[in-house]
Design a protein around this ligand. Structure first.
Ligand code: NAD
Ligand code: TYD
Length: 352
């Protein structure tokens, strides 16, 4: 694993992954392909932009010519595919782009990897690998009991999760049909630095700091299983190096919280660190998300037993680190929430 094509590296998890990898390995090159949608932000990568081991390519994963050139020009041996439309609410109002990027973009990447790496019928260059970064949302929703395992049937509900499940099935098909060396990871909800404030944690934090209403969908008792982003990055790295080909690995740290608990945790932190006047009076229960999944919960036994992965950051530590990062980086928040974000916010929450 030397020349790594990271897609979507200017987004939340991708940028954390690039920081992690360049910190951990002196002898790699990372080629980051990102088209810089509203969610892609070059500011996330300022710390590495002059690193000779880092290359940025401004391109769409659906652009076959550019992707083929990337494989050839940089002798790519590993793909870590993050690039996606990633927000469930946006997928409900505009599903088409989710099919274009998440399904067709993935298919294009698979074709380019296959073309670049194939040396004979069902045969590929030594040591090459494609990792699909997927989500637990492909499994659908849980009741009060049980967890998602790798054999849980796919049952996506939102256009986002449907597009991710479709992409996963194409990846599986390329492994089954053409023997392309692939792995798939399915992680639970991530939190950490550089997350775009359309997602629950940074959105609620920003609103709290601004004394704006805190929109909680429905009763707020939906459950998400939160993992610190760097733990996810370590899991992807392990799967890329040691995962068994053709396998799926679920990633999660048994950190289930209701949304309302998360919101209250954020209020408490802001009250302690920044503004004693904020409080739960800011919470506003708003119209629920359509088709809202009630609970996600990951069983991470397989990645633990096969690859020795365990999360290292507890929720209590990780959430404080994360919230403090946003408090320490107000310009970052300011930059990503000017312009188009305000129109988005108004459209999504104005009449909710
Ligand atoms: P994000 O929305 O923060 O970033 C997505 C990145 O992809 C952006 O930089 C964007 O510019 C880029 N991108 C979008 N369309 C592109 C295209 N056509 N060509 C090139 N680049 C494009 O997303 P994220 O939260 O960092 O998620 C990354 C991946 O991890 C996604 O595939 C997502 O499904 C998956 N995932 C996310 C979570 C989570 O909690 N955020 C959990 C599990 C899995
Ligand atoms: P989100 O961060 O969008 O992630 P996902 O939908 O992929 O799990 O949302 C996390 C949970 O928080 C989800 O149950 C929806 C809920 N939520 C709110 O209640 N209010 C909000 O403003 C947002 C963005 C999310």
């Amino acid at each position: 694993m030397k020349n790594i094509l990271v897609t979507g590296g200017a987004g939340f998890i991708g940028s954390n992954f690039i920081h992690y990898m360049l910190g951990a390995y002196p002898d790699i090159r990372i080629v980051n392909v990102d088209v810089l949608t509203y969610a892609g932000n070059p500011e996330n990568l300022i710390a590495v932009q002059d690193d000779p081991r880092y290359v940025f390519l401004h391109a769409d994963i659906g652009d076959t010519a550019k992707m083929k050139a990337a494989f050839a020009d940089y002798d790519i041996d590993t793909v870590i595919h993050f690039a996606a439309e990633s927000h469930v609410d946006r997928s409900i109002t505009d599903p088409d782009i989710f099919a274009r990027t998440n399904v067709m973009g993935t298919l294009n990447l698979l074709n380019c990897a296959k073309a670049a790496w194939q040396i004979g019928d069902d045969q590929y260059r030594e040591g090459v690998r494609y990792v699909q970064v997927s989500t637990d949302e492909v499994y659908g929703s849980l009741g009060a009991e049980g967890f998602f395992t790798e054999t849980t049937p796919l049952s996506p509900h939102s256009p986002y999760s449907a597009s991710k499940a479709s992409a996963d099935l194409f990846v599986k098909a390329y492994a089954d049909t053409y023997k392309l060396p692939v792995c798939i990871t399915r992680c639970s909800n991530n939190y950490g630095p550089y997350q775009f404030p359309e997602k629950l944690i940074p959105l609620i934090l920003r609103n709290t700091l601004m004394h704006k209403e805190l929109p909680v969908y429905g009763d707020g008792l939906q459950v998400r299983d939160w993992l610190y982003v760097e733990d996810h990055c370590r899991a992807i790295d392990l799967v890329a190096r040691q995962g068994r080909l053709g396998e799926v690995y679920n990633v999660g740290g048994h950190n289930e919280r209701t949304n309302i608990q998360i919101v209250k945790t954020i209020i408490d932190y802001v009250r302690e660190k920044a503004d004693p006047t904020v409080g739960e009076h800011l919470i506003r229960h708003v119209t629920d998300r359509k088709g809202h999944d009630r609970r996600y919960g990951i069983d991470p036994t397989k990645i633990h037993e096969e690859l020795g992965w365990l999360p290292t950051t507890t929720f209590e530590v990780g959430i404080r680190k994360t919230l403090q990062w946003y408090l320490d980086n107000p310009e970052w928040v300011e930059h990503v929430t000017s312009g188009a974000y305000l129109a988005y916010y108004d459209k999504m929450y104005g009449n909710r």
